[in-house]
Each structure stands twice: as structure tokens, then as C-alpha cells.
Design a protein around this ligand. Structure first.
Ligand code: CP
Length: 304
């Protein structure tokens, strides 16, 4: 694995190796636990063409805890405003001696383009490309499931909401299915593309119908910024049909684990009491994300 461009195509052994490695990175660099030097002498750049809180901050922290120098690039205030292309920007930053590029972009396939155009020693990590993939989010979701429920194989995981615009859904589907989970995608017909069934998932349009069957519910954010208007009648109607609340918790499978990739629209996909309640692992996901990103950076730094 020279780059991490997506979870599609990774084997169960490769996924398990990354997840096992991530578990060993939990707590590294915190308190008395020393930092490591896996990336000593390396330069990591966060090349983020879209907004981010969790992914950007945790990649930066992960790289520093592994001994790297970290650069941060945002298009705002850069020469992108003068018309410099994506590839020219990346090549110029590469020329400063960069070893690893963590890239987020609105265009699906942008990380693949960089993997093709950058020097052979440079590693590329996809931090989210359009509605295509967000592999480290998929890994941290699966790590959280594995830590909380002790396994992945044999579980039924419901991905609820805006499947059409969700790179998180695609990375979850690839990773979870490879590791032996059953995946149900559930949302309004306008937010569940017909072709998703080709990925070997069950398609549902009623959260109430799938509630008693799911061991895990991953409540995807409605991506208002990517939507044309009119994909569902109103936020109120979406909340009534697909929002997780205390009433639905009563009807969910006993011990159900709730995930949400964040940022959450409180009161839309999930009510605040449920988001902050004992079944929710939303902040555990963020903690695990740091360990996952350390594992990915460390693994790619080892590849010749
Ligand atoms: N879940 C996620 O990718 O969050 P950010 O957009 O804040 O990085």
C-alpha cells in the first residue's frame, strides 16, 4: 500500500492490520507516553481545499506525535486566487521537500491525480474527495465499532441519511463489507442513488423498519452544501422520518451503538439528548481517528 486513496480494494488482512496498528497508537504522545519517531525527518502537508475540523486537526497532531514537520495549506489567501492549478500548487509544495500529502478536495479522484503526478517517493492520503471516499473516516468508524462491540463480522450496520453525497458511506460500505458486516443503507429515495445496491448492500427507505435489526446506526450528516434544493420536502419532515431521537432509541435493538461522522446537525439527524447519551460514540470516533491517522502515516512511511 503506497498511498491510501480509498478502502475499496483493500483486503480484510490489510484493513485488520491498520486497525490493529491504530489500537497500538491510542494514547501515544499523551501524558507520560512518549511520542514516536516513525516520521522523523519527514514533511507532511495538509492540502485542504474544503473545510475540516476533525480530519485536518487530527492529521496534523498525528504527524507531529510521530516526529514530522507539518505544513498547512488552504486555498484562501493562496495563489489559487491568481489561477494556479491544483497540480501546479501541489508540485510547487512538493518542491519544498514534502514526503506525504494529505489531501481533501471537492472533486472525486483528486487524490488519485496527485498520486499520478507527484514524485514516486511522495505518499498521498485521501482525506475526503467529493462524494467518493473518506478512508480514514471509514477506518475510525470501524475501529470504534470493533472497540465497543468487540467484532465487526456478523454485525448489521445501518448507514442512515444522505447516502448520495456521502464519501463516508462509500468508505464504510467497502470496509464493513470486506470485514464481514451486513450493511443497510437507509434514506429518502432522493438521497439514496439506485446504483448503491450494486455495492452489495440492502437498500431501505424506512428507519423505523430497520431499527430493530441494526447493531450499529451511522447517522450521516445532511450535506446541505452539496445539495440542489428540493431533495426532501423539509428539515422537519426529514427529522420526523429519519432523525434519531429518544422515542426511536426505545424501539432500537438493545445495545445499539450510534455513530455520526461529524459535524452533526443537532436536532436533524440526531437529537442532542441522544447525541450526548450513553449509546453514542461520537467523541470516541474522534479520539480513535487520531490513532487511525497515526497508524496510516506510520504504515505509509515504511513503504519503500
Ligand atoms: N468527519 C469529518 O471528516 O469531519 P471534518 O469535515 O471536520 O474533518
Amino acid at each position: 500500500m503506497k498511498h491510501l486513496l480509498g478502502l475499496e480494494g483493500l483486503s480484510a488482512a490489510e484493513l485488520t492490520r491498520l486497525l490493529d496498528s491504530a489500537e497500538r497508537f491510542v494514547g501515544v504522545g499523551v501524558g507520560d507516553v512518549p511520542k514516536r519517531d516513525d516520521l522523523k525527518g519527514k514533511v507532511v502537508v495538509n492540502l485542504f481545499y474544503e473545510s475540516s475540523t476533525r480530519t485536518r486537526v487530527s492529521f496534523g497532531l498525528a504527524a507531529r506525535r510521530l516526529g514530522a514537520d507539518v505544513l498547512d495549506f488552504s486555498p484562501g489567501g493562496s495563489s489559487t486566487s491568481k489561477g494556479e492549478t491544483f497540480i501546479d500548487t501541489a508540485k510547487n509544495i512538493e518542491a519544498m521537500g514534502v514526503d506525504m500529502v494529505v489531501v481533501r478536495h471537492s472533486s472525486p479522484g483528486a487524490p488519485h491525480v496527485l498520486a499520478k503526478h507527484l514524485l514516486p517517493h511522495v505518499r498521498v492520503i485521501n482525506a475526503g474527495d467529493g462524494a467518493h471516499e473518506h478512508p480514514t473516516q471509514g477506518l475510525l468508524d470501524i475501529m470504534t465499532i470493533r472497540k465497543r462491540l468487540g467484532r465487526v463480522a456478523g454485525l448489521t450496520v445501518g448507514l442512515v441519511g444522505d447516502i448520495a453525497h456521502s464519501r463516508v458511506a462509500r468508505s464504510n460500505i467497502h470496509g464493513l463489507k470486506t470485514l464481514g458486516a451486513k450493511v443497510i443503507v437507509c434514506g429518502p429515495t432522493t438521497l439514496v442513488p439506485a446504483e448503491v445496491s450494486q455495492l452489495g448492500v440492502e437498500v431501505a427507505h424506512s428507519l423505523d423498519e430497520i431499527l430493530p435489526r441494526c447493531d450499529v446506526l451511522n447517522l450521516l450528516r445532511i450535506q446541505f452544501e452539496r445539495q440542489r434544493s428540493g431533495l426532501f420536502p423539509s428539515i422537519r419532515e426529514y427529522r420526523l422520518l429519519f432523525g434519531m431521537d429518544s422515542d426511536r432509541m426505545q424501539r432500537a435493538k438493545s445495545g445499539v451503538l450510534l455513530l455520526a461522522p461529524g459535524p452533526i446537525n443537532r436536532g436533524v439527524e440526531i437529537t442532542p439528548d441522544v447525541a450526548d447519551g450513553p449509546s453514542s460514540a461520537i467523541l470516541d470516533q474522534v479520539t480513535n481517528g487520531l490513532a487511525v491517522r497515526m497508524a496510516v502515516l506510520s504504515e505509509l512511511a515504511k513503504v519503500a
